[in-house]
Design a protein around this ligand. Structure first.
Ligand SMILES: [Zn+2]
Ligand SMILES: [Zn+2]
Length: 568
């Protein structure tokens, strides 16, 4: 039985003033901790000692919220994830637990059976990781044809950067042995026939050609995704890649009025102008909880898939553990490869700067980081009236960001958003792919701090769950699945890790005046944690449970399941 999260003394159903007391309040400001908070109409009015806050509250009616010794802190700000993909994931076969092709086949068959999907329909599966499959490679069409011979099947790798289609899907998409992959993509071909496996731009292009589920199904999926984020204490969430097909879905979502969390969307640059027209009222400011934050571009792939673009080659693949199936048409596969040309990267940067739209660049490998830094400097040289950092450009993932590159990151005003939980989930694979020295320097958070660089930490959901305490735990401990400590020197303090998912996240979104810390005038966006992370044993940080999540004064999640929104 779950202990009751917080005790609420309800004096008025429509009470808009709340006084939280009898717990620890982590403010993320000086002083770092307080005893009580007063909020009114979803905004923080006072914070401090219980006596001071009670005095500030005066005699007027208020709802007293007894924290029962638990800890209240600013709601977590998700600096990078994919809200729609999370919603999508709830409508897909989850292959996260698959350990061999047999599992992949079984899970897909069970899903089709359970959901009663007629033959000839599309079936989506996601979350497999070839590194964790016994076969050590990606499933191809022969495997997928066994799972669903009658359906059109597509299977996405956990990274979202690659995947495979079965024979019927390839046929429907018009892919054969002669199909040319788009720039920055790969279609695997063996003996003149496609194996079904694709990477990067090729994979992205073809998954977008598959039809979408019904609007009702999407709304239900959005509801589930929102609940998932709220259950981890997240109050601001990201749509990390809004492409043209997502336009109608977001219109649907906004129209339904179900959005409770704040959502910041980043536009696919190709569809940017059209989406800006469609969502004109949301550009740079929230309306109905959604705002357009800027643009998104991809510079490379993922290190665990060996498609992140590196300056030094990957270590050779071990005997018996094959890389991507089939032949590859990509240049120098040993270093991964770029997704965009230098000229395209620079022109995207120029466009973002001229439009004064924030730019998120996915860079995993150090060669991709280098391309971003080089082209950014070149672009700014053409824009003498622009100050570096004016659009707060973000480097998403920045996993292999080199120590020699940090000075330029700082100079250009770029915010790295590290995917630090990679150290836990794929750290053992990074050791094999990259060797000890490079693997230890993955996501160099401590070095970034030493350079005075403000950074954030993300989970890239649905790649992994939007569990922000896992991120914090990982940044503090840097422990792999096998229990290896990867990069002792890059560990950071709990306080610095918490900043990366609160106040720094707010800064990344240009919202530091409204969110990210507990101060009068800011929004009453809170998470209530079972234990104080500043006092917990560092190794237990990821076990700290979220008891409740509050968005602008309204409780939107309670661990004890006592409904939502009932506080007001
Ligand atoms: Zn990414
Ligand atoms: Zn992402």
């Amino acid at each position: 039985m779950i202990a009751q999260a917080v005790q609420m003394e309800r004096t008025d159903e429509r009470m808009s003033r709340m006084l939280y007391y009898n717990g620890t309040v982590i403010t993320m400001e000086e002083p770092f901790c307080a005893q009580a908070v007063l909020t009114e109409d979803g905004v923080i009015r006072a914070v401090g000692t219980f006596e001071d806050v009670r005095a500030a509250a005066g005699e007027g009616e208020k709802c007293l919220v007894d924290l029962q010794g638990h800890t209240l802190m600013p709601g977590f700000i998700d600096p990078h994830s994919h809200f729609t993909a999370c919603a999508n994931a709830t409508m897909q076969v989850d292959l996260g637990e698959a350990e061999c092709f047999e599992d992949v086949i079984r899970l897909i068959r069970e899903f089709i059976e359970r959901e009663n999907i007629p033959a000839g329909q599309w079936v989506r599966a996601s979350g497999f990781d070839h590194n964790r499959l016994k076969e050590g490679r990606h499933p191809d069409r022969t495997v997928l044809d066994q799972a669903a011979p009658e359906h059109l099947l597509m299977v996405s790798h956990q990274s979202g950067h690659m995947g495979a289609f079965n024979s019927r899907a390839l046929e429907a998409l018009g892919v054969d042995g002669h199909t040319q992959p788009p720039q920055g993509g790969m279609i695997a071909v063996k003996d003149g026939e496609p194996t079904g496996y694709m990477e990067e731009n090729a994979f992205l292009q073809y998954i977008q050609k598959a039809p979408m589920p019904s609007p009702e199904a999407f709304l239900e999926a959005y509801r589930k995704a929102q609940k998932l984020y709220a259950s981890y204490g997240v109050t601001t969430v990201q749509e990390g890649m809004m492409s043209a097909p997502l336009g109608p879905l977001y219109q649907l979502l906004l129209h339904s009025g179900i959005l409770e969390l704040d959502l910041v969307a980043y536009l696919d640059m190709e569809a940017g102008d059209e989406l800006k027209r469609q969502f004109a009222e949301h550009i740079g400011k929230y309306k109905d909880h959604m705002k357009i934050g800027g643009y998104k571009m991809f510079l490379d792939g993922s290190p665990q898939g060996r498609t992140a673009w590196l300056r030094e080659p990957y270590l050779p693949v071990e005997e018996g553990a094959a890389g991507p199936a089939g032949e590859t048409t990509a240049p120098s596969p040993d270093c991964g490869y770029p997704t965009l040309t230098d000229a395209a990267v620079k022109s995207n940067i120029l466009r973002a700067e001229r439009d004064q739209m924030q730019l998120l660049a996915h860079c995993n490998g150090d060669a991709a980081c280098e391309q971003y830094l080089r082209e950014y400097a070149a672009a700014l040289a053409e824009l003498p009236d622009h100050t570096p950092g004016d659009i707060r450009p973000v480097m998403i993932h920045a996993q292999l960001l080199g120590l020699d590159q940090l000075e330029r990151v700082k100079g250009l005003g770029i915010i790295p958003s590290f995917f630090l939980a990679h150290v836990y989930h794929w750290g053992d694979i990074h050791l094999k792919n990259l060797g000890q020295k490079r693997a230890e320097r993955i996501s160099p958070a401590h070095s970034a701090l030493e350079h005075g660089i403000r950074f954030t930490l993300h989970q890239d959901a649905p790649v992994i769950r939007p569990d922000m305490m896992e991120t914090v735990w990982c940044a503090v401990n840097r422990m792999t699945r096998n229990g290896v400590i990867l990069g002792t020197e890059e560990r950071i303090s709990v306080a610095d890790a918490l900043k990366a998912v609160t106040i720094n996240g707010a800064y990344q979104y240009f919202e530091e005046d409204k969110k990210g810390s507990i101060a009068p005038g800011k929004l009453a966006d809170f998470v209530i944690l079972e234990q104080n992370p500043l006092e917990a044993d560092p190794i237990d940080l990821r076990k700290i449970r979220v008891l409740a999540t509050i968005k602008e004064g309204t409780c939107i999640y309670r661990a004890d399941g006592q409904g939502t929104g009932e506080v007001r």
